[in-house]
Write a protein that binds this ligand. Structure first.
Ligand code: ZN
Length: 263
């Protein structure tokens, strides 16, 4: 076998190896769930922070303090052309809660997207936004407020995902999103309904206080995608067994359509 042929085989093998080893969103969730509670100021919080950074490529770390406790927003930016789209999720959890679906599911999807966008860039600019301090006691929204209060980027829109990995996934339109941005919310649900009509339901069921609220307050076009019928949120029962690979795969497919602008 000639040198060139050997090199070719090695490249094919390494490509196959990379493909076989590519993590799926659920694999990230399994790893992320091992940190347990990720409430600010805890060991779980510190370990989860290290894990997220390790799985990104030179992310921006935007740190700040609340009552003497350090919080960390993490931004993975993929600058390209227009438009600029943000996908956000919070990575902390409520005190004493494992927050596997609440917070964890969004992180798993953002990490998978980061990997995909590194290998296959989009024509649009994509910012993946990991917010801290959403859930300190009850929806304090520290990270998203910190981000929005000094944001100078001109986002076309930002989608906040939260509690999107549970087995019985049903995503109704969120009230504030629909009230402030009816056309945007309609078009995003249209994308979801084409992929999973049993999951994306084009009817408002709840008005939620989540990371989209400070963004809207500061003039950003932000909407919230959440399964608020998930009964285990902010409890010790929000664990991996309540989540499913299938739900995360559907959400990943949906997010791919958005970041690659297939709509
Ligand atoms: Zn949450």
């Amino acid at each position: 076998m000639g040198k060139h042929q050997l090199l070719k085989y090695c490249l094919i093998l390494s490509f196959l190896f990379t493909c076989l080893n590519a993590k799926e969103p659920y694999d990230y969730l399994v790893e992320f769930s091992k940190f347990g509670c990720r409430a600010i100021g805890t060991d779980g919080h510190r370990n989860a922070l290290k894990y997220i950074i390790k799985n990104l490529k030179n992310p921006e770390i935007d740190s700040f303090t609340v009552d003497g406790i350090w919080l960390y927003n993490i931004y993975q930016k993929f600058p390209s052309g227009e438009p600029l789209i943000g996908i956000g999720a919070h990575w902390d959890s409520d005190r004493n809660c494992p927050g596997v679906n609440d917070g964890g599911s969004g992180v798993a999807l953002l990490l998978k997207l980061a990997d995909t966008l590194t290998k296959n860039p989009s024509d649009a600019s994509i910012h993946l936004l990991f917010f801290d301090g959403e859930d300190v006691e009850r929806a304090e929204l520290y990270g998203s407020t910190h981000f929005a209060s000094k944001c100078l980027d001109r986002y076309s829109f930002i989608i906040i995902i939260d509690m999107v990995g549970d087995k019985n996934l049903q995503i109704y339109k969120e009230g504030h999103s629909t009230k402030f941005f009816p056309a945007l919310t309609d078009s995003i649900w249209q994308i979801g309904m084409e992929i999973a009509p049993h999951i994306f339901i084009p009817v408002v069921k709840y008005y939620i206080i989540d990371d989209h609220i400070p963004l809207i307050k500061y003039g950003l076009r932000a909407i919230n995608i959440i399964d608020f019928d998930y009964q285990y949120w902010d409890t010790v029962f929000d664990t991996l067994d309540k989540c499913s690979k299938e739900s995360l795969d559907i959400m990943y497919k949906f997010l791919l359509k958005i970041v690659y602008r297939e709509y």
